[in-house]
Design a protein around this ligand. Sequence first.
Ligand SMILES: C[S@@+](CC[C@H](N)C(=O)[O-])C[C@H]1O[C@@H](n2cnc3c(N)ncnc32)[C@H](O)[C@@H]1O
Ligand SMILES: [Zn+2]
Ligand SMILES: [Zn+2]
Ligand SMILES: [Zn+2]
Length: 296
Amino acid sequence: MDASRGLENLPVSVWPRLEEPPGFQYSPDHVAAAGCGPDPSEISIPGCSCQSASCLPSICSCLPYGENYKNSCINFEWSELDYSKPIFECNTMCHCGESCQNRVIQRGLQVRLEVFKTAKKGWGLRTLDFIPKGRFVCEYAGEILDFREACQRVQTQSPTDSNYIIAIREHLCDGQIMETFVDPTHTGNVGRFLNHSCEPNLVMVPVRIDSVVPKLALFADRHICAEEELSYDYSGRHHNYMPDLQRDQEKLHGEELKKKPCYCGGKTCTGFLPYDGSLFYGQDIASGTEETLGKT
Ligand SMILES: C[S@@+](CC[C@H](N)C(=O)[O-])C[C@H]1O[C@@H](n2cnc3c(N)ncnc32)[C@H](O)[C@@H]1O
Ligand SMILES: [Zn+2]
Ligand SMILES: [Zn+2]
Ligand SMILES: [Zn+2]
């Protein structure tokens, strides 16, 4: 069985062969949620005018901060910074060729992935191939929500439900925070099977191609062996996505939150899955406004 229903450029196998993960609509790309949130299919980023086969940082308008990738691997040098350097790939409006080195995640899956039944975490995702550090693995794609809709959906979940909704906060160098809310519960891609780990082997990086809505791309944070389970840190701590306000809120409400136990098995496991209190309490970190959103 192909978990991606033939919609990715490589089939995604399922193990055990005779079991099927619970149904959802497969979409390799983000989709707009009905009646809320921005439309991720809108082309809104201008292209470069490079005539070369591959773009160079000194010339290309898509590369204002230097090279994004080297040999198809993400340039991790900037990850030491405490703000996100936006990554723009060359897009449909660019004049460069299809083989431009600044086109990586738009080429889709390059490693064979398998959705598999774990012992204690429900379904998970593993690689069937060795993955070198820095390589693109898959996207986390789903419905794009606005803040209000994300809060409403989070608040209607029961404590035992699997949570697929993710809030990504990009700290820009001018002090602004950009928020993106993605929900692959009903419509999404293979990324929805990625479990959390306190010692993850993937890192999530927002990447923009045609739209201002970022694609959430997962890259190998170290070399990964064939058959290893793939995971990332749901709190995004590696890239400082979690603002201080949210960290304080976690401490403040820590007792009351029905945190789920973490079964990542890492030596430094914190014992619980990270929890995004901002969506539960309806507190918009980007705008600094606080509102109480009722349950639907
Ligand atoms: C995005 S889903 C991951 C896929 C999910 N395991 C499934 O079966 O569809 C997130 C949910 O998986 C489970 N999960 C993920 N990581 C876990 C971990 N380290 N320990 C325990 N449960 C985990 C939790 O129920 C969590 O709400
Ligand atoms: Zn280019
Ligand atoms: Zn260019
Ligand atoms: Zn853990």
